[in-house]
Design a protein around this ligand. Structure first.
Ligand SMILES: Cc1ncc(COP(=O)(O)O)c(C=O)c1O
Length: 407
């Protein structure tokens, strides 16, 4: 018997993708199924019931004012290829259920690794797993017993230290949020030095050229890594070519749907030996932390084919330019203190009477900014993840909110 749940008609598929192009107003609807339904209502009715909740209740990351987090809107080619992935459900664990998907991943890695002078790597669900994978390799090939990193490095480094049973030394940061190079210990012979290219809080880039003889150098380029592809910004990542491993989040500045990340290694063959396992049920060795995993390279490969390198760079540079534009507006305002001129599209700012910054933040449209505590102060944070942001719209909102605080 044909099971229609596995064989949609064209009309079913159209019903499924229609919500992607409809305008749902903000929804406060809740799911009305308190208990697991005993009997299903069927796919079409489920789509009708869920679409207003899913789309109407979502944060719109591509909205004109959206400039809050490191989460970009995604190009529509990734929606379609993700749908293809869901329907095909390939598993990179077994070549026979991923005859082409493995090739896509190899292709993407082969395109991107040379920009960082890395020889290869694999895809992960994000930089948390990429960082853990890199430090696992560091522990077992370079015999490190300690991670040295800045106090502004991402919490995933702390997690990796905990999971891997490594000591963690957090070095202070300077006024720009970069690792304080003079505070890095001299003896790193049993340490992995983890530098950040684009810190989560302020977007700072550590000095990646720091000449320290670490047993392993890992660069967490989760956020700023893609800037390496732009001739105009490549220099800010100089030094990354000396790393033993590099993490990049695909779902940040490669504009990918979650979960998408890359871990790249200088010596991928040695690294892969360390993080591979075999088992009777596998025909090839399983590399990395994940067991079953899908073809997340496909949307990235499709994006890079659709846009080309120049299309990606144009969107990155546009995002960077918009952050500079916003920074100029903020910088000229007498009521505002700006932490930094954005080096990687992250801006922190506050009222000069900073105890009112939270109140100001509450007057801004949801999704236009984030609110953080950094260096013992509260800041409003804007992140240039949305290349379609309209800085004039954003600024109108900020300017209107500021009226209340004018002296
Ligand atoms: C610098 C840095 N490293 C690592 C991560 C973790 O990346 P992911 O969210 O892809 O796991 C983040 C996330 O914001 C980050 O900013």
């Amino acid at each position: 018997m044909d099971d229609e749940s596995f064989q949609p008609t064209h009309l079913d598929l159209l019903a499924g993708i229609r919500p992607l192009v409809e305008n749902f107003t903000n929804s406060t609807d809740e799911l009305c199924f308190e208990n697991l339904p005993e009997f299903g209502i069927g796919e079409r009715k489920t789509i009708e019931a869920l679409a207003p909740i899913v789309f109407g209740g979502a944060a719109h990351l591509g909205a004109a004012h959206a400039f809050a987090h490191m989460d970009p809107p995604t190009p529509w080619i990734t929606w379609i290829t993700t749908l293809w992935n869901a329907s095909l459900n390939q598993n990179l664990l077994h070549p026979d259920v991923s005859p082409k998907a493995t090739m896509f991943e190899n292709q993407v890695i082969q395109w991107l690794a040379p920009f960082y002078n890395m020889s290869g790597g694999h895809m992960t669900p994000g930089s948390t797993i990429s960082n853990l994978t890199a430090l696992w390799v560091a522990r077992d090939t370079a015999r490190i017993d300690r991670i040295v990193t800045s106090m502004d490095s991402h919490l995933s480094i702390q997690k990796a230290a905990n999971i891997l049973g490594l000591k963690l030394l957090k070095v202070t940061t300077n006024l720009k949020g970069e690792i304080d190079v003079n505070e890095i210990p001299q003896d790193l012979s049993t340490s992995a030095l983890v530098l950040t290219a684009g810190t989560t809080a302020s977007g700072a880039i550590d000095d990646l050229r720091v000449k320290k003889e670490a047993a392993w150098l890992h660069i967490d380029a989760a956020w700023a890594g893609p800037l390496r592809l732009s001739e105009n910004f490549t220099n800010i990542l100089d030094g990354i070519e000396n790393a033993d491993s590099v993490s990049i989040s695909g779902h940040k500045w490669f504009f990918q749907p979650k979960e998408s990340g890359l871990i790249l290694f200088k010596e991928v063959c040695t690294a892969n030996k360390t993080i591979s396992a075999s088992s009777g049920y596998l025909t090839t060795r399983n590399v990395g932390i994940l067991g079953s995993h899908g073809a997340i390279a496909l949307p990235l490969m499709a994006t890079l084919i659709a846009w080309g390198k120049s299309g990606l760079i144009e969107r990155l540079e546009r995002s960077m330019n918009r952050s500079i534009q916003l920074w100029e507006n903020l910088n000229e305002h007498s009521e505002i203190i700006v932490f930094n001129k954005p080096t990687t599209g992250v801006i922190l700012w506050r009222l000069n009477t900073h105890d009112q910054t939270k109140e100001l933040f509450s007057l801004l449209p949801t999704g236009s900014a984030s609110f953080i505590e950094y260096k013992n102060q509260f800041w409003i944070r804007n992140v240039a993840a949305n290349p379609s942001v309209d800085v004039e719209v954003l600024w109108e909102n900020i300017d209107r909110a500021l009226i209340k605080f004018k002296k």
